[in-house]
Ligand binder design. Structure first.
Ligand SMILES: Nc1ncnc2c1ncn2[C@@H]1O[C@H](COP(=O)(O)OP(=O)(O)OP(=O)(O)O)[C@@H](O)[C@H]1O
Ligand SMILES: [Mg+2]
Length: 618
């Protein structure tokens, strides 16, 4: 196997044919900016970090003492045949390392506290930033990619943070202090010991960038693997895989992706490893020179044996930080690669930002009559592909506005803009006369509720799912919502009633039941503006009647904009907007629109003529 084929062409092949990774793709490079930001992240922890470094420094100083004691043993105590002194020195040879060991426990503790603190801060910051990102970001980024940043990248950071925080400092200080002490003992021998030091600088110069690239590649392949797992080994994905019998194909893809991770990890681990060989040889050259030349000096009588022994000990202390310093440079740059990935995520712009100065809305308890206005709204998901071309209408307070139109006309897009999942490119969407982009997110969400076609239930009890939008609701409120949403029968049948866990995506409920849970959730939330995307799933007439009753309860007294598929909703509407190819082509009430004999009449006849009222769900 070769480690040179790092380009990952195999993996890229697999993934390019599948899809693009969109927003999180990056070709980042380490910059001074990354370092400055890293320092900013460390700032809140500087107190503990300083303490850790102080302890470290003290530990290094303690480590410098034993060789001096050895020298005293050989040159003084033995020479003078002073047994009492020998005992003292031997005790010192135990005590100093022991004290150092105690220190290092405290130091590791502080290191862990700082490193985990930094990681915790970043994790929280990433999660909160992710929450602020627009729906657009999530439609373009596989979920696994996002999770991989929060889990895999932060995990890897943990491994390098120790090196970044104290490793660098420890090694530099050890080298500086050891050299300083050696020079005070004997400058000629010190120079001799230093001869090989520059060799350790070699990898510092040549392997940093390669490590940066290798780590970027490893993390990238890890995120692809995670994305694949999340899509194919979760409830929704596995159902598709099973129903199409594509188990083997997905397993093969997984194998290819995992293999890529394996190769990248090995390659990353092997970078600069052969230099260990050079280091070992180098480390042998130093003592050889020392004993050779030092021995000659002893013979000549200009140096005592104890000094040579002390030097030999210092040499060992000198080379190990030098070689790990050489290694830590690669770790440092690798760490920067990880931080670049994390910062890249944190830098991803929030495309639906909170206003700097939000327009104040008085908090009104209960349902307030609100109107929503679209004023000349143009919108495109991608540059140059406009989906809405100048939509204008007003959903008046307390009225029901139904949107109908062929598939792909832009109905869901209008609803998404009303919910401010996106901002319009041109024109305004106004709630109570205030553009949505000038409203505080909390105000907007307090007033509105969105009920989508596809209901997502959290893996919690039915009760918790219904309360999701209003956790403080009383049991009576929940019971009332359950009743209004025609769920009482279902709740009575469930093994543990409202306390039944409804499972990931609410898989244990039928489609019609889930719709009613969504309605109960919205009723409990009691929004002033309800945005509803009616599910199109066909239901038997009993289930359909239950939903119609539940909806009637939900519509009561609110401003509602509904993408309507039910005749009952359409007939109840105060105004119907007929949308086609991003424009409102007809507008009015059912009878008038039907009489016009236009698109509405055609759609109506196509959809409802054969089935008749009540059985129109198909
Ligand atoms: N996230 C998106 N990115 C890019 N284009 C999109 C996105 N969502 C929708 N579109 C496109 O915008 C157009 C309008 O889509 P929209 O979902 O609003 O239609 P719709 O009227 O709700 O259709 P349906 O009745 O089938 O739900 C379609 O051409 C669709 O392909
Ligand atoms: Mg739609």
């Amino acid at each position: 196997m070769s480690f040179h084929g790092l380009g990952g062409s195999g993996m890229r092949g697999v993934w390019e044919q599948r899809r693009s990774f969109g927003y999180l793709e990056q070709g980042g490079r380490p910059t001074r900016e990354t370092v400055t930001r890293l320092l900013r992240v460390l700032r809140p922890h500087r107190g503990r970090l300083a303490l850790a470094l102080g302890l470290t420094l003290f530990g290094i100083l303690l480590g410098l003492v034993p060789p001096l004691l050895m020298r005293q043993v050989i040159d003084v105590a033995i020479a003078r045949k002073d047994v009492g002194m020998l005992v003292y020195l031997a005790a010192g040879l135990v005590l100093f390392p022991a004290a150092g060991a105690v220190l290092s426990v405290g130091q590791s503790y502080l290191n862990a506290v700082v490193a985990q603190g930094v990681i915790h801060d970043l994790r929280v910051a990433m999660y909160e930033h992710g929450q602020k990102l627009g729906i657009d970001f999530f439609t373009r980024t596989p979920g696994g990619e996002i999770h991989s940043r929060l889990v895999n990248d932060l995990n890897a950071v943990q491994q390098v943070l120790g090196t970044i925080l104290t490793g660098f400092f420890v090694n530099v200080m050890t080298i500086v202090l050891t050299l300083a002490l050696m020079f005070t003992l004997n400058w000629q021998l010190s120079l001799l010991s230093m001869v090989v030091l520059p060799a350790f600088a070699l990898p510092v110069l040549s392997f940093g960038r390669r490590t940066y690239d290798a780590i970027s590649r490893t993390q990238e392949s890890l995120s692809h693997l995670t994305a694949h797992l999340e899509e194919t080994l979760t409830l929704s994905g596995i159902v598709v895989v099973k129903s199409f019998g594509t188990r083997r194909r997905e397993a093969e893809r997984m194998r290819a992706l995992s293999d890529e991770v394996r190769r990248n990890q090995i390659a990353q681990g092997m970078i600069g490893r052969w230099l260990g060989l050079v280091f070992s040889t180098m480390s042998a050259v130093g003592p050889a020179l020392l004993y050779g030349y030092g021995g000659y000096l002893v013979i000549r009588g200009s140096v005592q044996i104890g000094t040579i022994v002390a030097f030999a000990t210092y040499l060992v202390q000198l080379y190990s930080p030098a070689s790990s310093l050489a290694g830590s440079n690669t770790t440092l740059l690798g760490g920067l690669a990880l931080f670049d990935r994390i910062f890249h995520f944190l830098d991803h712009p929030v495309d639906v930002p909170e206003p700097l100065h939000a327009h104040p809305l008085q908090a009104v308890a209960g349902v307030t009559p609100v109107s929503l206005t679209f004023d000349g709204v143009h919108f495109s998901y991608r540059k140059g592909e406009e989906v809405l071309h100048g939509i204008s209408f007003t959903a008046s307070a307390g009225e029901l506005t139904a949107i109908v139109g062929p598939s792909g006309a832009g109905k869901s897009t209008i609803l998404s803009l009303a919910a401010r999942f996106y901002d319009p490119g041109e024109g305004d969407v106004r709630l109570l006369g205030v553009p949505l982009r000038d409203l505080a997110e909390d105000d907007l969400r307090r007033l509105t509720s969105v009920v989508t076609q596809e209901l997502f239930l959290f893996h919690q009890t039915l009760d918790a799912n219904i309360r999701y939008g209003r956790p403080e609701a009383t049991d009576e409120d929940v019971a009332a919502a359950v009743q209004a949403a025609q769920l009482s029968e279902l709740v009575a049948q469930l093994p543990e009633g409202l306390r039944t866990v409804v499972g990931e995506r609410g898989y244990r409920l039928s489609g019609g039941e889930k719709q009613r849970v969504a309605i109960a959730r919205a009723i409990l939330r009691n929004p002033s503006l309800l945005l509803l995307d009616e599910a199109t799933s066909s239901l038997d007439s009993h289930a359909e009647r239950l939903i119609q009753q539940a909806l009637a309860e939900l519509f009561q007294g609110r401003t509602v904009i509904a993408i309507a598929h039910r005749l009952s909703t359409i007939l109840a509407a105060d105004q119907i907007l007929v949308v086609d190819q991003g424009r409102i082509v007809e507008q009015g009430r059912h009878q008038a629109l039907l009489a016009q004999g236009g698109l509405y009449a055609r759609l109506y006849h196509e959809q409802f003529d054969t089935a008749g009222p009540g059985g129109e769900g198909g």
